[in-house]
Design a protein around this ligand. Sequence first.
Ligand code: UD1
Length: 420
Amino acid sequence: MEKFIVRGGKPLQGTIDVSGAKNASLALIPATLLAPGVYNLSNTPNLRDVWTMSRLMSSLGVHCELNDSTLFVDSSNVTSLEAPYEHVKKMRASFYVLGPLLARYGKAKVSLPGGCAWGPRPVDLHIKGLKKLGATIELDSGYVLAETDRLRGDHVHFDISSVGATVNILFGAVLARGESLITNAATEPEVTALARMLVSMGAEIEGIGTTTLRVQGKDELHACDVETIPDRIEAGTFLMAAAMTGGDVTLQNCNPYHLTAVIAKLEEAGVEFDINGSTIRVSTPAGLSAQDITTAVYPGFPTDLQAQWTACMLVAQGSATVTDTVYHDRFKHVPELNRLGADIEVTDNTAHIRGGAELSGASVMSTDLRASASLILAALVAKGSTEILRIYHIDRGYEAIEQKLRKLGADISRVRTEEF
Ligand code: UD1
């Protein structure tokens, strides 16, 4: 096992590059199942969830190899249509292979993902949508067994906006017979990135980036090369780290447009921005004032930055509330932040944060990916030394986070430990 040791108190300063978006990669990689061939996915981040997806693809007969930041994928020889529990339990996005396997090969057996660290995360919308496109789906011994002669276009309306369900239904619709209409589709940039890749593969999709997608199904698609969009969650995490430490940080290779809600909130809190194309410079000359947030689907404030905002508000003047409307139970980071001296109370799906508390180093435990990021942020401003255990969570979704933080002057090191 490994842990981070962070000694807080240093303002971050300098320039770093933002990596490719984990959540986009996790959709782009299974898209290669839709058309046999060779793909080069550039700007792919080198992190654990991408390795997990690559291993799952290998188990299906797809060759994946990451060189520098380009993932070479050869999907010419699919040999299995089954995603076993062993892979899906590690990462829920493994469920993304259901749509393409079914659409391209007419059959798929995919383990149900189950819950995650902060609560239940159903896949009913994925299943309902694929059934609407004509699939026969049964649940048996924890597996989804899906079959079809060929999917047929239809109207799929989502009661709730879901990134994952939109991805799986898009996979089905692009190879279905006839037209599909997807309404209340998710508009997250990662979904848009996938839709653009599908168009590069020969798909016909109207309304990309909106909640209504009209898809003309094709008999076949072809391989393509694609560049993964920048990771807006990684970028947002670094913006908050810079703001909290009173630093002066420049992020390169990001898409400020994808961060509109986050930048607006940071500005309200007193952060200053200098945005130039794909570069964002951030500084906080006069400290932070407390600001409430409520998470929402894109373009609202992302739930994946909720824990980090909670940490950010610990150093702000005043009190703030953080309400998560996407995942009501996503507050596992709160007891750990309180161990560092934070004053946070959770009622229902809202955290009440009293800012200005003096944080001091302690041992804390990562419970999930974004919770771990919030602990690092708090540790960067805590007095003394903080030990963060179970950092395998953070390695799922942040590429070389400690190296990037060290480049900005943080005192953080990764050390081996026997502790679990
Ligand atoms: C994706 C992201 C995750 C992010 C989330 C919300 C990936 C790999 N993961 O997860 O990082 O936190 O979007 O932005 O891109 N729901 C249902 N039934 C379903 C599917 C979802 O009720 O079949 C509900 C969920 O419980 C949740 C809401 O819909 O309340 C949104 O979830 P969804 O957008 O599907 O999240 P994921 O795609 O799993």
